[in-house]
Design a binder for this molecule. Structure first.
Ligand code: SF4
Length: 197
């Protein structure tokens, strides 16, 4: 629009004021806004932290930190649920990693299981989809829900279904980190500010 406006002004010998009108109008078009957000550092975020009811129990875990609203307004957040994108339904049986952490699942040394059976494959597919989305959308960092076998980044359940936590990360977090995308849990949200400066 700006280019056609300039041509229009030149061809018709319109005034400087008319030219300014085209420039101001153009500044507020979607093309400009899309252009600005294209160069903005993005944040992949667990969809459940943004209030989407995608957890295994059909619930969400909204994070109401003021930074969330700020990043939403700036168009920085890319909501994503690895387990749903990996093909698992909502609700679904609770799952835990057995025999290690997310990196062990990726290398075949650990499995992800529910009380009914093995669900390793959809978890790995969801982790790969999370990485592909992060790279495609320009996410440089991720804010993921702690304790999840996909999204946990400091602690996960130990695989015994007894509520016991161990140090470790989920499979999506492990794959993102392996590919250079840092991951933080919701209680370390402020650390993300440094990553998007
Ligand atoms: S996989 Fe991640 S985004 Fe999906 S419900 Fe679990 S914690 Fe939330």
């Amino acid at each position: 629009m700006l280019y056609s406006g300039l041509l229009h002004c030149v061809n018709n010998e319109y005034s400087f004021i008319t030219l300014i009108h085209y420039i101001v109008n153009d500044f507020f078009t979607n093309e400009w806004l899309v252009g600005i957000t294209m160069f903005m550092k993005k944040i992949l975020i667990s969809a459940c932290l943004l209030g989407e009811p995608v957890r295994y129990d059909g619930q969400s875990k909204p994070c109401d930190h003021p930074l969330i609203n700020q990043w939403l307004d700036q168009g920085r957040l890319i909501p994503f649920c690895p387990e749903v994108e990996g093909g698992l339904p909502v609700p679904r049986p609770a799952a835990e990693i057995q025999g290690g952490g997310g990196i062990d699942v990726l290398t075949g040394r650990a499995r992800i299981k529910t009380r009914e059976g093995d669900v390793t494959r959809p978890f790995i597919e969801g982790a790969r989809a999370a990485l592909a989305t992060a790279l495609k959308e320009g996410a440089v960092v991720a804010l993921l829900k702690e304790k999840s076998p996909s999204c946990g980044s400091a602690f996960i359940y130990d695989g015994s279904f007894t509520g016991k936590l161990v140090a470790g990360s989920g499979v999506a977090s492990a794959l993102l980190r392996k590919n250079g995308i840092d991951v933080f849990p919701e209680n370390e949200i402020k650390r993300i500010e440094n990553c998007i400066k």
